[in-house]
Every structure is written in structure tokens, then in C-alpha cells.
Design a protein around this ligand. Sequence first.
Ligand code: FES
Length: 254
Amino acid sequence: MTGIQLGMPQLPAPDYPEDVRQRLAADAKEVIDRYPDSRSALLPLLHLVQAEEGYVSRTGIRFCADQLGLTTAEVTAVATFYTMYRREPGGDYQVGVCTNTLCAVLGGDAIFDALKSHLGVENGQTTADGKVTLEHIECNAACDYAPVVMVNWEFFDNQTVESAKRLVDDLRAGRTVEPTRGAPLCTHRETSRLLAGFPDERPGAVEASGGAGPASLAGLRLARGEDGPARVGPPRSVPHGRDVREPGSEEGEG
Ligand code: FES
């Protein structure tokens, strides 16, 4: 006899409490009214329900489907495709270590391994105090600041094992941490609400959103023939004996 399990079919997701449903429905209408086709509002609505519960629950999926005239299967397909949507509860701070190629070789793999052991969690798990969810992430288009750590999608550039450990310690202790660039940090739920398209009313937050940093603009300056430093940012340490001489300085290069 095989071990095939015939489980009970899942019951429909419960609805939000009435007061929560009404509040979210008013928010959802504001989002939906921005789009000529209501289904275009699905991504921000998923952020909206994520802001409510800290993740996209079955109740949140049902809510989005009801608001947009979609099936729960259609909403689930989208919610499970994008990695910014959590499918289970997580911590106040989503700490993502980039382990894509460039970050990995410049220290991302070492940082991820060190944080797993420092926090006592594996990929996707949350610390017992509910503060930090650790995950490895793919390239965040910040390779010129590798290795990069993201906290709630804000950039912490040029990290080391030591700086990343300090970062998560500060987050867990409730100390203020400042991203290298961009807006000040807020909790995962607050970030989700901003991503749903509601205004960031913290003083200076919009102005701090920033643009490209010096390393990202170095190529543009070179292409324009502008005088710029040959190297931006401080020279890296050489953890594994890598050669960090300037391009063109190698002996015999012609
Ligand atoms: S490889 Fe890490 S940001 Fe691109």
C-alpha cells in the first residue's frame, strides 16, 4: 500500500473582522481608483494586506480577489511569484543578504553564513524575538556597492561580516540604524504600506529617497569625458589575497 494521503480540502479563508475589512476596503478603493483597469492594482493591494498582517495570508488573498473581481487562484499565482510578498509571518526587519554572483564572491556568502550562525536561524527563518527574518536574495542592482545587505528593501552597502553582525544586533536591540542611502528605515509592515502607494509622511523621508550614488555614476562620468576619480570609495581590504591594483597597472599591460 502506498502512502498517499487524502487530506481534507481547505476551508475558505476566514474574512477580516468587519471593522478591519471596512478600513482596508476604503484604502483599497483609493488604490484601485488610480488605475484604468482595476486588476492593475493587484500588486499594491498585496502590499496593503501584507501591511495589515505582516504577510499575505489566505484572508488577504481572498480580500484582494473580492476587491478586484479576480479568483483566489489568480491572486495566489501573483503573490507566490514575487519574492517581496511573504507567505508566512516574519520579523519586523527582513534582512536580505545578496548572494548573487558579484556580492557572493566579494563576501556575500561569508556574510550570509555568519549571520545564520550569529542569529541561530536558517534561510527564511525568524529570530525568536520576532525582530529579524533572514534570507538570501538575488541581485538588487547594487553590484557597484557589493556586497550588499537589504533591510526592508533599503540598502546597506559595502558590508563585511562584522558590519552585518553589528547591523542585526542594532536592529534587535532597537537602536537606530541608517541605510547607506535612501529613506530612513521603518518596520516591514510600515514599508509594505508605503509600497502600497500611501505617502511617506516622515519628515525628510521623500527627500532622502536619493538617486544614484557616486559608484553608479562613475561610468557615466567617464563616458562624458568628465574628470572623475579613477576609483570611487575607499579601497577594499583584500580578504583572500585578491589583486586590487587599478586596471591597466598590471606589469606588461600595454
Ligand atoms: S550581485 Fe549583489 S547587488 Fe548585484
